[in-house]
Design a protein around this ligand. Structure first.
Ligand code: ADP
Ligand code: MG
Length: 569
């Protein structure tokens, strides 16, 4: 007898399953999208592996997915002739969730299904979505190149366990049989499935086939014979790689569905850019900005980067060489005509073509964001709220695009009342006072602390706007951002800032007199503080506070010192 083993799902899988079934009831049909998406990935992986080992095709090189229905049995079957899985693959892929940060993610769930269903969107549902419509799922699979008796059968009712059995499977690839729940039998219908494929999977680059029954020969209206058709498998999608098609022929819906396929995201993207570049380097890029930050964006091991194709052959996922780190939220693909098919991560690492592609893709993303900021401020704001703090890493990382990136930054300032970061540097410059030649800012531990900084007093008095920065990253940002639009940045916590240049004669005189009145105070304070400070000076910058500590013009601000201390420097 075949040896059968029972395994328990990883705890997080159980949580995902119950959450999914309860929160996706209005969107059940996406199970088919997920299974077809996986089949297409499996075809991509096989093609890639076959570049080195042709025999993996086993004389069956026409890669496709097939969907069939058995009305009587109440089953839907999705089968592919892709890469397949061996026993270990099955146990880990269909029993655990291989995403970093999964535990954290599930610990955030509240038990309130409305809130949680929002979260699940970010997480992506994948294979397990089969259990939305099925109360039993059978997977039969054989890895490309493995003998037919080394195939595996996986069965589960989605409750907590699955069984694994060795089986014989002559055909390569994976077959998934969904036993539909009693109230989901509507899916056991050819037309229904066809329309779901058209809606979600038209962009899949391999054929998605459904079985067409024989059409008998029949009589026409004038007694002539109309020829019949034998039964056959028929592609119900376009089956061309979406990015190779003309932009004008691709609908927004198709772009959105394609995004979900390559990003494994569940929500629509915020924006995209599709470009064909010809000339010295030839490539096509299709780059997307997600609408929501992934739950693990701040996780350092999180996968990011583009899907890489070379001459339409899939090469690898998460090729991070083509996107700078500060744009790590971008999803999409790159199809190069210049890289060799046998390109590896090592080859990409140090490569002229890589450099050119990276520069090209970076420019595309930045100009997509510029356009969005210009044409749809609300959309841009929602981008900024999700990814602004990542973009702030840009000026430090990407010297050549510093000015462009700075133009995309958004801040809070003394001009507004709200904590929302909505003010651009162009806005600020437009409001600069006569005689003002610097962009003033203050960094602190929080927005509140920045807003209450004693350094602000003189600026309030003179009605000069100051950017308020209370994020951790801001100090780092400002240490790399020296000017914008030819105006330099000035921390109001640094140096000798009493804005004297902007005084009229009368004010200057009044100040001199005020200083005379308290002559001697400076010496006494200096003596008292000793070498705890570098210097003690008069200032006219304060209105309410008696004294303030400032950093040396060339030194670190107190905020930077705190950061360095926290980092153990
Ligand atoms: P994702 O597609 O985001 O990786 P899924 O839950 O959809 O997550 O699938 C989990 C994993 O199971 C896939 O990454 C893949 O390794 C494997 N898998 C699923 N379906 C297939 C298939 N048809 N052929 C080969 N492997 C598959
Ligand atoms: Mg998937």
């Amino acid at each position: 007898a075949a040896q059968q083993e029972t395994h328990g799902f990883q705890t997080e899988v159980k949580q995902l399953l119950s959450l999914m079934i309860h929160s996706l009831y209005s969107n059940k049909e996406i199970f088919l999208r997920e299974l077809v998406s996986n089949a297409a990935d499996a075809a991509d992986k096989l093609r890639f592996r076959a570049l080195e080992n042709d025999s993996l095709y086993e004389d069956d090189g026409d890669l496709r997915v097939r969907i069939s229905v058995d009305k009587e049995a109440g089953t839907v079957t999705v089968s592919d002739n892709g890469i397949g899985m061996n026993r270990e693959d099955v146990i880990s892929n269909l029993g655990t969730i291989a995403k970093s940060g999964t535990k954290d993610f599930f610990s955030k769930l509240s038990g309130d299904s409305a809130k949680d269903s929002q979260l699940i969107g970010q997480f992506g549902v994948g294979f397990y979505s089969a259990f939305i419509v099925a109360d039993k799922v059978v997977v039969r699979t054989r890895a490309a190149g493995a003998p037919s008796d080394e195939a595996v059968e996986w069965i589960s009712d989605g409750e907590g366990e699955f069984t694994i059995t060795s089986i014989n499977k002559p055909s390569r690839g994976t077959e998934i049989v969904l036993h539909l729940r009693d109230d989901e039998k509507e899916f056991a219908d050819d037309w229904r499935l066809r329309s779901i494929v058209n809606k979600y999977s038209d962009h899949i680059s391999i054929p998605v086939e459904m079985y067409k029954e024989e059409v008998p020969e029949r009589d026409g209206p004038d007694g002539e014979k109309i020829p019949g058709e034998p039964a056959h498998w028929e592609a119900v999608n376009k089956a061309t790689a979406l990015w190779t098609r003309e932009k004008s022929e691709i609908s927004d819906e198709e772009y959105k569905e394609f995004y979900k396929h390559i990003s494994h995201d569940f929500a629509d993207p915020l924006s995209w850019a599709h470009n064909k570049v010809e000339g010295k380097t030839e490539y096509t890029s299709l780059l997307y900005i997600p609408s929501k930050a992934p739950f693990d964006m701040w996780n350092r091991d999180q996968n990011h980067g583009l899907k890489l194709y070379v001459q339409r052959v899939f090469i690898m996922d998460d090729a991070e060489q083509f996107m700078p780190t500060y744009l790590r939220f971008v999803k999409g693909l790159l199809d190069s005509n210049d890289l060799p098919l046998n390109v590896s991560r090592e080859i990409l690492q140090d490569n002229k073509i890589t450099q050119a592609l990276r520069q090209g893709c970076t420019k595309r993303v930045l100009s997509m964001l510029e356009k969005m900021a210009k044409n749809d401020a609300e959309k841009y704001q929602s981008f900024w709220n999700e990814f602004g703090n990542v973009l702030k890493e840009g000026p430090a990382e990407d010297f050549s695009n510093k000015e462009k990136i700075a133009g995309l930054l958004r801040f809070t300032s003394t001009h507004g009342e709200s904590e929302a970061q909505t003010i651009s540097l162009a806005d600020y410059i437009g409001r600069m006072k006569e005689g003002q030649d610097k962009i003033y800012y203050v960094t602190a531990d929080s927005y509140q602390a920045a807003k209450n900084s004693p350094h602000l007093e003189i600026f309030r008095k003179k009605g000069i706007e100051v950017l308020l920065m209370g994020e951790r990253i801001d100090e780092w940002l400002m240490s790399h951002l020296t000017e914008f639009d030819e105006k330099s940045f000035q921390s109001i916590a640094k140096g000798d800032l009493d804005l004297g240049d902007m005084d009229d004669e009368e004010t200057k005189k009044a100040k001199e007199e005020a200083e005379k009145e308290i002559e001697g105070v400076l010496e006494r304070v200096k003596a008292a503080l000793g070498d705890k400070v570098e210097d003690v000076k008069f200032t006219h910058r304060l209105t309410d506070s008696p004294a303030v500590i400032v950093a040396d013009e060339n030194g670190m601000t107190t905020q930077m010192m705190k950061l360095m201390q926290a980092a153990g420097q």
